[in-house]
Design a protein around this ligand. Sequence first.
Ligand code: AMP
Ligand code: ZN
Length: 136
Amino acid sequence: MSDCIFCRIANGEIPSATLYEDEEFRVILDLGPASKGHALIIPKQHYADIYELPEEAAGRAFILASKMVKKMTKALSCDGFNVVQNNKPVAGQTVFHFHMHLIPRYEGDQVGLGWKMGKLTEEDKAEILEKMQITD
Ligand code: AMP
Ligand code: ZN
C-alpha cells in the first residue's frame, strides 16, 4: 500500500515524531492533536479498519495502548486518557489504515469527544438482544 500515508509513516518511509516502535507497531504524535501529547498507535501492516485487523493483532494493539497510557501519564502528568478508535467515515475515520488514538486529558481541557446521551428503550433493547441472539 505505497499510496497509504500511514503505511509509509509506520514503516519509516516518512519521518514522524515517534514515541515507540517495535516490529509490529509505531506510536507517533498526531499532527492535529486534540490535546498535548495526542498520539496514534499504527500497525506496520496495512489493515483498513477493525473489520480487517486480525484479533491477535487487536489484542497486542490494546496491550500496547495500556503500556503507552501509563508511560505517557507519568511523562506528561495528565489527569486521564481517552483511547479512541474510529471505523468507516460515518464514525469519523479519515485515514483508512487502522489506528488507535491515545488522547491525554487534563483537568479543564476543552477536548470534545462526547455525545448526547439517549435512553435505552424496551423496544430497542428487545430488538437488539434478539438480533444478537442473546436472551436474559
Ligand atoms: P481518524 O479521523 O480516526 O482517521 O484519525 C486520523 C488522524 O490522523 C487525525 O487525528 C489526524 O490529525 C492524523 N493525521 C493525519 N495525517 C497525519 C500525519 N501525516 N501525521 C500524523 N498524524 C496525522
Ligand atoms: Zn496503510
